[in-house]
Design a protein. Structure first.
Length: 143
């Protein structure tokens, strides 16, 4: 899916890499698997929620999602559609997605959308061989 040279990792196709990462996130969400969701993030990642909370670290991101999958987002489904992916530097991709959440109950009951911007890194020495997200910022679409 991506290739590297000795000096700088380089994606063969930023769209494919970003889609693969979104597929892992979507599968983890729809399986209610907070740990798998967190593993999609780099150990030192940042995550800004739709409520403006800032979470640091893949373990904390995973734990937070485990909690919400058992409470306010229990039984929900999330579809993540890539809008744009661009490699801004060797092995660094900025990806924008539209995420459609279908939630049966809780504060966001119903169908809601959020725009998400993520920075994806593909440097194998940093990510243990799989692209990971370094930062995500979610914005709830209210219009």
């Amino acid at each position: 899916m991506y290739q590297t040279d000795h000096q700088h990792p380089r994606t063969s196709d930023p769209q494919l890499v970003a889609r693969e990462v979104l597929e892992r996130l979507e599968a983890a969400w729809n399986d209610g698997d907070g740990e798998a969701f967190g593993r999609t993030y780099a150990p030192d990642a940042s995550f800004v929620t739709v409520r403006g909370e800032h979470i640091v670290g893949s373990a904390a991101i995973g734990a937070g999602h485990t909690q919400i999958f058992g409470t306010i987002y229990a039984g929900s489904a999330n579809r993540m559609r890539l809008v744009r992916a661009i490699e801004v530097s060797g092995g660094i991709i900025v990806a924008v997605s539209v995420n459609t959440l279908d939630c049966p109950s809780g504060p966001l009951a119903g169908v809601r959308q959020a725009l998400s911007t993520s920075v994806v890194v593909t440097d194998q020495s940093r990510t243990a061989g799989r692209p990971q997200i370094l930062s995500t910022h979610n914005t709830l679409v209210t219009v």
